[in-house]
Design a protein around this ligand. Structure first.
Ligand code: HEC
Length: 143
């Protein structure tokens, strides 16, 4: 399983490098529809990896697991949210005025899975994001 993940990650990196060399990187923003591939792939990642804490409703559990639905943290901290999913998050954060001081371990997802799940959570439960998160954007976020 781990080997497959590593192979997939390497393939993704290869693909990104291959694409970079012959296509120009245009900075156009793109909204994510509920029919899009990234949204549906992200939903699956969410169901497999996130619902145990953040719940199917995205509402989390008061005082223990912060909400993703209408989360001001998620809305205003795009990079930090990607960073949290990629590398884990611990220490004090304030989400919608509530204090959380807990730990989210890194989940071992590929950059593609992180981009997909970000596109899912930023476009679910009333959240909207008209600037789709790309695999390249995730890959640029370093520890
Ligand atoms: C084991 C429980 C657990 C799992 C599983 C989990 N999280 Fe978290 N998550 C947390 C906790 C706890 C925090 C707050 C950490 C802190 O207090 O510093 C958090 C914080 C966050 C935040 C930033 C705060 C907010 O509410 O906006 C985001 C975004 C997030 N998680 C997304 C995800 C995604 C996406 C997944 C699945 C890929 C996931 N989490 C899986 C427990 C979890």
């Amino acid at each position: 399983m781990k080997n497959i993940k590593i192979t997939l990650l390497l393939l993704t990196i290869l693909l990104i490098t291959a694409c970079k060399s012959d296509t120009k990187n245009t900075m156009t923003s793109k909204s994510v529809s509920a029919e899009s591939k990234t949204y549906n792939a992200g939903k699956k990642v969410y169901l497999d990896n996130c619902i145990s804490c953040h719940l199917p409703s995205g509402k989390g559990v008061p005082k223990a697991f912060p909400p993703l639905a209408n989360s001001d943290f998620l809305e205003n901290n795009r990079e930090a949210s990607i960073h949290a999913i990629k590398y884990g998050l611990s220490g004090e954060i304030i989400v919608n005025g509530e204090r959380y001081n807990s730990v989210m371990a890194p989940l071992g997802l590929t950059d593609k899975e992180i981009a997909d799940v970000m596109n899912y959570i930023t476009n679910s439960w009333g959240n909207t994001n008209d600037n789709e998160i790309s695999v390249e954007e995730v890959s640029k976020i370093q520890q």
